[in-house]
Write a protein that binds this ligand. Sequence first.
Ligand code: MN
Length: 382
Amino acid sequence: MEGTALSLDQSPRISSIETAILDVPFVRLQQFARFESRVQSTVLIRIRTDGEHEGVGEVVTPCGPWWSGDSVEAVKSIIDLYFARELIGADPLKSCDLLCKLDKVARGNAFAKAGIEMALLDLAGKIYQMPVYDLLGGKVRDALPVAWPIASGNLEQDKAEMHKMVQQSLARSFKVKMGMMPIVDDLSRVEQLCDEAARLGASIRVDPNEAWTEVDARRALPVLAELGVEMVEQPLARWNLKAMARLNSSSAVALMLDESICTTQEMFEAAALGSGSMVSLKLMKSGGLRRSQAVAHIAEAAGISLYMGTFLETSVGTAASLHFAATLQSLPLGGETIGPLLMADDIVTCPITYRDGCAHLPDGVGLGVTVDEEKVTEFKRR
Ligand code: MN
């Protein structure tokens, strides 16, 4: 193995795991159907070996436990109190085995496991001197087209934001969060945003985050299709796969599953029922990059298109999403990994770059990002 970094004299061992909650401000209020926030909280995870290496991962939720029940406080606790002792002393290159061990320690907790896997893959990349996408089999793309979230709660601000994002070539697609207001008002709001998008040569997709009943959706979908909306994400409650299948069989606009799909089993069931024509992949909800790959493969086998979702990560988690997305064969509508753009600051020295409507894969080994210690101190929750 001369000339490579693969001949390790002895297996590395994990010597410490450190977690910290950081609160990073957004550039503006971010509204969801049932929640809003001005900061994004992240659990920064740092796994060190007895050598000189450190792997970094992060766990975010979409600004609180409303989405899955996971919270940054609970994630930090389960790692500190239960996961750390399973990992200390173990070989960090055996991350498949380590993840299985964590499954025995704690059911669920996909978010916490995703953060651990992210840090282990970053660490493995640094030890092998390879980018994470090469650990996953190599990249098929260098950049991902991204949609910007329209979720300020103020129509004029939303329009101004669309204008600015198009002018600066940061995004050409917009994802409008719906479900905060009565459906009639929401549809007329989307109509105005679609008019604005048409003027800008941009496209609109929408996400009511499970806020609708099937009755609401039957009323809204033809209107949204007529407006030229390119995709409707998770209109119904996550458990309601049969009603999603009824809608999907007659909808002129593509339906995307998000909350409904975390595990491979959920993907398999939704594929069998025909509950959507797209699925949003998110590292946190499925428990990491490789478990997300498994979900992606089931979707691909069923002819369901892939989309790279986000929970609004900093550049650490966004880098992981981009490494993962770089390995996927087809992403017809790209994704929305815009966390770093929505935050007023970041926690790495060289944040993810955005241009030509795309997020660009960082260079370098591991995740290709370096933690900025000053920012960590500044944003650390006390
Ligand atoms: Mn969503």
